[in-house]
Write a protein that binds this ligand. Structure first.
Ligand SMILES: Cc1cc2nc3c(=O)[nH]c(=O)nc-3n(C[C@H](O)[C@H](O)[C@H](O)COP(=O)(O)OP(=O)(O)OC[C@H]3O[C@@H](n4cnc5c(N)ncnc54)[C@H](O)[C@@H]3O)c2cc1C
Length: 432
């Protein structure tokens, strides 16, 4: 028996919407440790601008289902799509109950916006900072839970696995480099996307697909690692670092794309992958590094009310969207592939679960429909919490030893992880 210094009921890697919603649905007597690679409010969940989809009425079910399938090139798992859509009213009700404020009209009814690939408006939003509104409420709720500890700047570098069973993780304190083990009855991988591996991405730089690499190293099934979504419109800049997203709902509300001669060249409301290829083809034809996005057709009132953050950020960059078009370019944005999970977030390793962007449950197929990912993450995180506590996996008979010497060369380990992912991701022309 190893010397166990820390043991929890559940170890959660990630404090985005997936990790947080799992913690919120675990029983109050479960001991939970949450890891955040950076500070806990620095996750892509905080960056989501456009909104979160919901089944607003039963008569929208068919259309919502079709839109999701069409965007995914019909490679989606139809059962998973149905599960997500049918769960959405409950998810929204719960978020509202936790204090999340979505835009409403004068009568107090929800206002819905639209993005590319949606045949009707069905996206709930909070200005252009929906992710911050949702995630800050979830984080505040989790912080109130006495059974949950959040540990920041603590990076999961591996799982403790033996004979197809997971017993917790190997963790590295990012400041000191200290390595230690945490044993757990159940482990959730919720480490988000892979954008940090790309030069041009809307994601936070510290999101480097760690859970995915860990899964691959331990023989956990992964799928569709080449399904990397490029967002058609990020603010074009010569500077290095994270690319600022110009939300798709901007186009949903009427913004149009121009070539170098300020002429429209595509239908702005087609799904992301199609608009991206149209933009790339136009840039190639024009010999330019970007195209132009004109937000003036949206009108000043909507720009100021619905897109205040985008408006201010563009002003900081020297562009007044009320007066002129802005330069935009496609950049890596989202990862449809991931650790293969079932409808309850189970991986093929006992006691190991995955949810959120790092997981692949089949909802998105080959291309994600805009504003389906916050929803999908929340749905699967809740289901994973229920599966973990169902008792189906029984008690652990014996905890294995873990030798930490193998993790001493952190730089080499990270290079190995990054290489494993990029080799797979680059198999398709889907990558930038
Ligand atoms: C700019 C932008 C706009 C978006 N807009 C929308 C939108 O409008 N609607 C929508 O539905 N989706 C949107 N998305 C996508 C959506 O935000 C994400 O898919 C979703 O938030 C992912 O949630 P998550 O919990 O899986 O991961 P994240 O929120 O990214 O959280 C990942 C967490 O894992 C932690 N972590 C990473 N690696 C490790 C490690 N090795 N050890 C420990 N912790 C680790 C991080 O520190 C972080 O806490 C947007 C994404 C971006 C980038």
């Amino acid at each position: 028996m190893p010397k166990i210094e820390e043991k929890y009921g559940v170890l959660i890697a990630g404090t985005g919407v997936a990790g947080l919603n799992c913690a919120l649905h675990l029983p109050k007597d479960a001991t939970v440790l949450m890891l955040s690679k950076d500070v806990s409010d620095k996750s892509d969940s905080f960056l989501a601008q456009g909104g979160i989809c919901v089944l607003k009425a039963d008569d929208d079910y068919e259309k919502y289902f079709d839109d999701t399938m069409r965007a995914g090139h019909y490679e989606n798992d139809a059962g998973a799509v149905e599960l997500m859509i049918r769960s959405s009213p409950h998810v929204i009700e719960e978020l509202v109950g936790r204090g999340v404020a979505f835009a409403r009209d004068e009568k107090g009814n929800f206002r819905y916006t639209r993005e590319g690939g949606h045949s009707v408006p069905r996206i709930l939003f909070h200005d252009d900072v929906t992710g911050k509104e949702i995630t800050s409420h979830l984080l505040a709720e989790v912080k109130k839970l006495p059974n949950v500890t959040i540990r920041e700047n603590a990076e999961l570098v591996d799982v403790i696995a033996e004979d197809g069973e997971c017993f917790g993780g190997v963790i590295r304190e990012r400041e000191s480099g200290k390595l230690y083990t945490v044993y757990a009855d159940h482990t959730l991988l919720a480490t988000g996307g892979v954008g940090g591996l790309y030069e041009n991405s809307t994601n936070y730089r510290h999101l480097t697909g760690d859970a995915l690499a860990i899964a691959m190293k331990n023989g956990v099934a992964v799928e569709h690692l080449d399904y990397v979504q490029i967002h058609p419109t990020t603010f074009y800049s010569e500077k290095h670092g994270r690319r600022f997203l110009i939300s798709e709902s901007v186009r949903g509300e009427g913004a149009v794309l121009y070539d170098k001669n300020m002429r429209r060249f595509c239908n702005e409301l087609l799904p992301r992958d199609i608009v991206t290829s149209e933009i790339r083809a136009q840039m190639k034809k024009d010999g330019t590094k970007h195209v132009w996005l004109d937000m003036r057709p949206i009108g000043e009132k909507t720009v100021r009310e619905h897109f205040p953050t985008i408006y201010r950020r563009c002003l900081d960059e020297g562009y007044d969207v009320l007066k002129e078009p802005i330069p935009v370019v496609p950049a890596q944005h989202y990862f449809m592939g991931g650790i293969k999970v079932d409808k309850d977030g189970r991986t093929n390793m006992k006691r190991l679960y995955a949810a959120g962007e790092t997981a692949c449950n089949g909802v998105h197929g080959k291309n994600r429909l805009a504003s389906n990912s916050l929803l999908e993450s929340l749905v699967w995180a809740e289901r994973a919490a229920a599966a973990m506590t169902s008792g189906e996996e029984g008690a652990i008979a014996r905890f294995p030893e873990k030798d930490l010497a193998a993790y001493a060369d952190y730089g080499a380990l990270k290079q190995e992880y990054a290489k494993a992912i990029r080799e797979e991701a680059e198999k398709e022309a889907y990558c930038d």
